[in-house]
Ligand binder design. Structure first.
Ligand SMILES: Nc1nc2c(ncn2[C@@H]2O[C@H](COP(=O)(O)OP(=O)(O)O)[C@@H](O)[C@H]2O)c(=O)[nH]1
Ligand SMILES: [Mg+2]
Length: 325
C-alpha cells in the first residue's frame, strides 16, 4: 500500500489528466455529442496528442455503438482498459545478454541521460553485476565529470576519452576493455546537442556500428531518455531518434514534475517502443521499472487496484530474473 501511495504522490501533474477523465464519467451522464467533445478536449490537454486521442475516442465510439452504451461511466471504464492495452508491449524488461550487454543511452541535452545512467548503474550494482560507464559525450568536459561522480558512487568502472575525442573511438575502447575485464553491462553516455541534428544522428549511428562490429550483435539496448515535461515536443524528438538508432526502450523522466500523463500513452502508441523505466525524481531510488498495471492504478483516482496493494504485479507482467532487470 505504501508504495502505491508513494507512486501516486510522486506522479504529480500526470494524475490530473486521468482523474479529469474519471470525473467526466462519474455522474453517469447520458452519452451526448458534447460528452465526446469534452473527452477529446480533455485528452488533448493531457498530452495524448491528436493522433492517439483520435484513435482512442473513435475506438470508444465504435464500441459504444456496438454495445449500445447509454451513459458516460461505461466509456470511462473502457477507457481505463484501453490505456492499459496501449501501454502494455511485450518484453519491457532490460535485456542483459549477451555479455557484455552494451546499452546506448540517447536523448537531447537535459533530458536526464547521465542521471539515468547513474541510477541504472546503482540498480545493476545492487544486483551484483559488474558495470562500466563509457563517456561518449566528449563534447563537454563537464559531461564526463558528472559521469565520473556516478561511477564512483555506484562502484562502476569508467572509460573516458580526451575532450573533443571521437565518441566512437571512446566506445571502441570501452567495449574492448569490457570484454577483457568480464564486465556484465556497459552503459554508454552520449551527447544530446540538437543544434547539429544530422551530425548527432551520424555520430550515434557510428557508435552503434562500432559496438556491432566489436560484439557481432547490435547493442543489447538503445534507450531513449525523454523529458516528460516537454509534452508533444518529446514525441517528435523521439521519432527523430528512432529513425536514426532503432530504439529498444524509452525512459520517461520527470514524471514527478509538470509532465502530463497522456505523454506516456502517446509515446508508446506513436513509436511502438515500450517504456522501460520512468524517472520520478532526482534520488537514486527514483528510477522505477514501468509496470503498466501499477501505473494505471496510481494514475486513476479512486480506482480499484489492478495490481495488488503490496506493490507486486500480476503474474503475466513478471519478467524472468535471470535475463532481465
Ligand atoms: N525532477 C526530476 N529531475 C530529473 C529526473 N531525471 C533527471 N532529472 C534532472 O534533470 C537534469 C538534467 O539531467 P542530466 O542527467 O544531466 O541530463 P542529460 O543532459 O540528458 O545528461 C538534472 O538536474 C537532473 O537531476 C527526474 O526523473 N525527475
Ligand atoms: Mg549528460
Amino acid at each position: 500500500m505504501a508504495w502505491l501511495l508513494r507512486l501516486r504522490a510522486s506522479l504529480g501533474r500526470a494524475r490530473e489528466a486521468f482523474s479529469a477523465v474519471g470525473r467526466l464519467g462519474r455522474a453517469g451522464r447520458p452519452l451526448t455529442p458534447e460528452f465526446w467533445d469534452e473527452l477529446e478536449e480533455t485528452l488533448i490537454l493531457a498530452d495524448f496528442g491528436v493522433p492517439t486521442t483520435q484513435k482512442i475516442v473513435s475506438g470508444l465510439q465504435t464500441v459504444a455503438k456496438q454495445e449500445d452504451w447509454k451513459t458516460t461511466d461505461q466509456v470511462v471504464a473502457r477507457f481505463r482498459k484501453d490505456v492499459e492495452r496501449f501501454l502494455t508491449l511485450p518484453a519491457a524488461g532490460l535485456r542483459l545478454d549477451p555479455k557484455p550487454a552494451v546499452m546506448m543511452i540517447v536523448g537531447v541535452n537535459g533530458s536526464g541521460k547521465t542521471t539515468t545512467i547513474g541510477k541504472l548503474a546503482l540498480r545493476l550494482r545492487n544486483e551484483g553485476r559488474r558495470v562500466m560507464m563509457v563517456a561518449g559525450d566528449t563534447f563537454r568536459a563537464a559531461a564526463a565529470e558528472q559521469l565520473a561522480v556516478w561511477a564512483e558512487r555506484s562502484g562502476s568502472e569508467l572509460i573516458r576519452g580526451a575532450e573533443g575525442a571521437d565518441p566512437a573511438s571512446v566506445v571502441f575502447d570501452g567495449v574492448r576493455a569490457a570484454k577483457a575485464r568480464g564486465i556484465d553491462v556497459v552503459l554508454v553516455d552520449t551527447a544530446g546537442r540538437l543544434q547539429t541534428k544530422t551530425n548527432l544522428m551520424e555520430e550515434l549511428k557510428k557508435m552503434r556500428r562500432v559496438i556491432e562490429r566489436e560484439l557481432g550483435v547490435p547493442p543489447a539496448e538503445t534507450l531513449l531518455v525523454v523529458d516528460g515535461t516537454t509534452g508533444q515536443n518529446a514525441i517528435s524528438q523521439a521519432k527523430l531518434f528512432n529513425q536514426a538508432t532503432e530504439l529498444t526502450g524509452i525512459v520517461l523522466t520527470k514524471l514527478d514534475s509538470t509532465a502530463k500523463g497522456g505523454v506516456l500513452v502517446a509515446i508508446v502508441d506513436e513509436l511502438e517502443v515500450p517504456i522501460k523505466f520512468v524517472g520520478l525524481g532526482e534520488m537514486p531510488d527514483d528510477l522505477r521499472r514501468f509496470l503498466p498495471a501499477e501505473f494505471i492504478d496510481a494514475l486513476f483516482e479512486d480506482a480499484t487496484p489492478l495490481a495488488s496493494t503490496d506493490g507486486s504485479v500480476k503474474k503475466e507482467q513478471q519478467i524472468p530474473q535471470e535475463r532481465y532487470s
